[in-house]
Design a protein around this ligand. Structure first.
Ligand code: C2E
Ligand code: CA
Ligand code: CA
Length: 848
């Protein structure tokens, strides 16, 4: 065995003192030299290793092959490894491992080949390198982009993530600044500020967007760390960029949609915006939004990437488990993915349409309201058979919530519109919509110089239906009328309910002649009997018509005038249709002023009664007197009762007024009686409305008592219009009054209902021939025949008959010849003030 003595002492010394470890082995691989540095490195004392196989110095796993390895080297010309250095793993005493950089020298010691291994401890460097290696692995496998710049802000390193994110390779960007590459839009001032911050050793955090190689925006969360040397100079920066485009896209999408909603954009605009934005982000999809209507049919709201013809063809498709992806999604309330339209049964009915457009797959997701109803669908079409990507899922999730918001908002808008513009009960247009649409119709008529008819319709006896059958029946009745009104209307006609039992029609392009025909047809249709709550009702109504442009150029005025005409129609016995005329207007203008004055007059008792005598013909005996109301208006002077009585009726003063007249007449009669004047009876005119008062008979009894009068002292004059009064109380009150023993006279007889049947039903004691017949007696044979008929009727029914309005002796003679016995008229006397009547009586009557 060679030993160290084989080596020259000098050489040995050199090896022993080397700062690097030196291990010398002999031809059997036994350690013959182990210097101090080796002892330090391995932790063995040289006495522990000298003479042992060198494999004890290497880690166990390679120990087994170590001998063979050295042998192989010896055989194959060890020179190869001599002089070169390589990194080796060594095992220290106790098992710890270290790294060494080893170079080997061959030593020829007197014919023996020895090997000296020089080992430098590079454990630290090696670990450092390894750490860097691991770090570089991390840096390169992360999806985030990382780049490093030098002191002049130029890029010196980019990772793989950078290349993936922005499409640039390291060569593309090295030596350029990141701003120049990614964000050329940055302003100089901004760049300078960021650089100052980094130079101060402050890291920079921010959200920015950069442009990738293809020009697409990439939103990033950016963090840049400055690196400074020991002198405090910035040497590098390290930046980490995290792609937040998806979240950012979501935010942008939401922002854009919400902003559009705030701007009150239409639903279609909003949905188009959503589709376009999605298509911009993911150009591989074609987005559509469909709406589900109340009948369960689908309608396209937006499909900016598809031809209009396609949307039209799909419009009205029923929600159904197998009608395309959207129909199925809306039906099931779940999203439906059809990745191959060509073979999927859901697409049976639409396959050809879609294939023609080159579409292969469709993914539809239901849009639901907050309470879970399906409002519509949001769908992605693809040009190839495929499944959605994670980005697509993100986009759909973002969109369906925004679409739901927009659809729900639209729904409430429609609801509000319905409340604001339609009548709840009948579904007809309400006053607001009537005005809006009528103004449009008028504007159009004005442009085309055509006419528009405005028809005001008021139901007769509606209150009675409500009172006797109850409100639900009343509502039902109104719905029937509303249905009949809108039944056969033209597209352009506007049908509306104003309030209660008032309806208005606006008929564009309609002359007054056409309106007359139309109303006739309408009346026939409206008045057909109908069953309400088991009762057959025969609706009747009054129509008032005003015409554009003759009667007014604004809807307000036309409506007002149609209303006035309707009122006229209602009060006139002749027909229930009335067209507006100027006379009506003047009447109405005056009416308003008069109404106010009349209220005052009643309150201030500015009214008084005058009395017209009725005499027994031939005997010049007073039969009775008729009390007639007079109103002396401070400015207008004498106002005729023919004017103010209907007015009192209209403004609800007639009840009060009737009671006043009754009381005043009784008071006057009692006063005359006290004076000793013989006035047999006083007749007081009553309006039908006065009999609505169920207390009337009680009031009469009290009044008679108060003035010490008998029932026979009083006659109430009523007109045939009482028969038209629909209030069920009227007849009852009349019966009660009659039961008191008070006479009832039928005034103006002959002008109204020709049916005599009612005369039998009414407890009448007196007929008063209408003065219009008397007026024409001398000239008109018909009037003569009529007056003849009236007296005969009276005789046959045992009624007293009074002829009024006698102005001439000729008239009086004719009437007398016909058998009339009681007469009233200017010929005998004008209506007289109370004092004048006493004088008149004294002068003319035997018992005055
Ligand atoms: P009326 O009950 O038919 O009263 C008769 C009307 O004929 C009275 O008109 C009277 O002045 C008028 N008259 C009497 N003789 C002649 C004549 O020879 N020639 C002409 N041309 N007219 C004659 P007036 O006072 O203007 O009353 C008009 C109508 O007003 C009355 O018609 C009656 O319907 C109503 N009226 C008057 N006073 C009252 C009242 O206190 N209550 C109610 N509800 N109605 C009243
Ligand atoms: Ca009368
Ligand atoms: Ca009369």
């Amino acid at each position: 065995m060679p030993n160290c003595t084989d080596l020259s002492q000098v050489f040995i010394q050199t090896l022993e003192q080397s700062v690097d470890s030196v291990v010398v082995i002999d031809s059997q691989n036994r350690i013959i030299l182990f210097n101090e540095a080796s002892e330090k490195l391995w932790g063995y004392g040289s006495d522990e290793v000298l003479g042992r196989n060198v494999e004890c110095l290497v880690p166990k796993p390679i120990r087994a092959q170590h001998d063979g390895y050295i042998e192989a080297n010896r055989r194959t010309g060890i020179n190869k490894i001599v002089g070169t250095s390589r990194d080796v793993l060594i095992e220290c005493k106790g098992g710890a491992r270290r790294w060494g950089s080893m170079s080997i020298s061959k030593i020829d010691a007197q014919g023996q080949m020895l090997y000296a291994a020089f080992i430098k401890d590079i454990t630290r460097q090696h670990e450092e390198q390894h750490r860097l290696y691991l770090l570089s692995l991390v840096v390169d496998t992360t999806e985030n982009a990382i780049f490093i710049t030098d002191a002049s802000w130029a890029i010196i390193y980019v990772n793989d993530g950078f290349t993936q994110m922005f499409g640039y390779s390291a060569q593309d960007v090295v030596n350029r600044t990141p701003i120049e590459v990614l964000a050329p839009y940055f302003k100089h001032s901004r760049i300078a500020a960021i650089r100052r911050q980094l130079a101060r050793n402050d890291a920079y955090h921010g959200q920015e967007f950069g442009y990738d190689r293809g020009g697409q925006r990439v939103w990033c969360n950016v963090t840049t760390y400055p690196v400074h040397d020991i002198h405090g100079h910035l040497t590098n920066t390290v930046s980490v960029l995290i792609d937040v485009t998806h979240t950012r896209m979501h935010e942008v999408l939401r922002h854009k949609m919400l902003e559009a909603m705030v701007r009150e954009e239409s639903l279609e605009t909003l949905m188009n915006l959503a589709c376009l934005e999605v298509q911009r982000i993911a150009p591989e999809v074609i987005a559509t939004v469909l709406r589900v209507d109340e009948k369960g049919l689908l309608h396209t709201l937006a499909a900016p990437g598809l031809p209009v013809a396609y949307s039209k063809a799909l419009d009205g498709t029923a929600v159904h488990p197998e009608s395309g992806s959207c129909g199925a999604a809306a039906f099931s309330g779940e999203s439906v993915m059809v990745s191959d339209i060509t073979s999927h049964p859901f697409w049976e009915g639409f396959r050809d349409l879609v294939i023609e457009l080159g579409l292969k797959a469709c993914w539809s997701t239901p849009i639901k309201s907050s309470d879970g109803r399906v409002l519509g669908t949001f769908a992605f079409y693809y040009r190839e058979s495929r499944e959605p990507s994670p980005l697509h899922s993100l986009l759909v999730n973002a969109c369906i919530h925004l679409c739901a918001l927009a659809l729900e908002r639209e729904e409430s808008r429609v609801h509000i519109r319905q409340l604001a513009f339609y009548d709840d009960l009948t579904g007809l247009a309400n006053r607001n919509l009537l005005h809006a649409r009528a103004e449009q119709a008028i504007a159009q008529a004005s442009r085309h110089q055509s006419s528009v008819a405005v028809v005001f319709i008021d139901l007769d006896r509606f209150k009675q239906v409500n009172d006797s059958l109850g409100h639900p029946a009343g509502d039902e009745f109104l719905r029937v009328i509303a249905h009949r009104l809108s039944d056969r209307r033209r597209e352009s006609d506007i049908v509306s309910r104003l309030s209660g039992d008032e309806f208005v029609l606006v008929l564009p392009q309609c002359t007054s002649v056409q309106a007359t025909d139309l109303i006739e047809q309408l009346r026939a249709r409206l008045s057909a009997p109908c069953q309400i709550s088991g009762v057959t009702l025969k609706p009747s109504m009054s129509f008032g018509v005003s015409m554009f442009p003759e009667d007014g150029r604004t809807m307000e005025l036309l409506l007002h005038r149609a209303d006035m005409a309707m009122y006229q129609a209602k009060t006139s016995v002749r027909g229930s249709v009335c067209f507006f005329s100027d006379g009506l207007d003047q009447l109405a203008q005056g009416r308003l002023r008069l109404e106010a004055a009349l209220r005052e007059a009643i309150d201030d008792e500015a009214l008084h009664l005058v009395y017209q005598p009725q005499i027994v013909l031939g005997e010049f005996e007073l039969y009775g007197i008729e009390a007639l109301a007079r109103w002396t208006h401070p400015q207008l002077g004498e106002v005729s009762p023919t004017c103010f009585i209907p007015l009192a009726e209209e403004c609800g003063l007639i009840g009060e007024f009737g009671l006043w007249a009754l009381r005043e007449a009784c008071r006057q009669l009692a006063a005359w009686r006290k004076q000793g004047l013989r006035v047999p009876t006083v007749s007081v005119n009553m309006s039908p409305t006065n009999f609505h008062n169920r207390n009337l008979s009680k009031v009469i009894i009290r009044t008679l008592e108060e003035y010490g009068l008998q029932a026979s002292d009083l006659t109430l004059e009523i007109t045939e219009s009482v028969l038209m009064d629909t209030n069920p109380d009227t007849l009852t009150t009349i019966e009660e009054v009659h039961a008191l023993g008070i006479s009832l006279a039928m005034d103006d007889f002959g002008t109204g209902y020709s049916s005599l049947g009612y005369l039998r039903r009414m407890p009448i004691q007196e007929l008063k021939l209408d003065r219009s017949f008397v007026h024409d007696l001398e000239s008109d044979a018909t009037s003569q025949a009529l007056s003849e008929a009236v007296i005969r009727i009276g005789e046959s029914l045992h009624l007293r008959v009074v002829a009024e309005g006698i102005e001439t002796l000729a008239q009086q003679r004719i009437l007398q010849n016909q058998g009339y016995r009681i007469a009233q008229g200017f010929l005998i006397s004008k209506p007289l003030a109370p004092d004048d009547l006493s004088h008149w009586l004294e002068k003319h009557c035997a018992f005055g």
